[in-house]
Design a protein around this ligand. Structure first.
Ligand SMILES: [Zn+2]
Length: 66
């Protein structure tokens, strides 16, 4: 699975879910270079996975592969 942070894209094969400051994050996708958690990139269907809403809540897509 590919993830994108602010400075690069990278592959993460196994992720775990953790809640930090009320947000769902995957510690394995954290990039130490830009201090950002990577966003999951759905390679064949464009942007997908976690949808961030303006009010700060996170909606999980039912087809999110975890
Ligand atoms: Zn980065």
């Amino acid at each position: 699975m590919k993830y994108q942070c602010k400075c690069k894209t990278f592959e993460v094969h196994k992720t775990t879910i953790k809640v930090v400051d009320g947000k769902v994050v995957k510690p394995e996708t954290y990039c130490n270079e830009c201090n950002t958690y990577g966003e999951y990139i759905k390679e064949h269907k464009g942007y997908g996975g976690i949808i961030k809403k303006p009010n700060g809540t996170i909606a999980k897509r039912s087809d999110l592969n975890m």
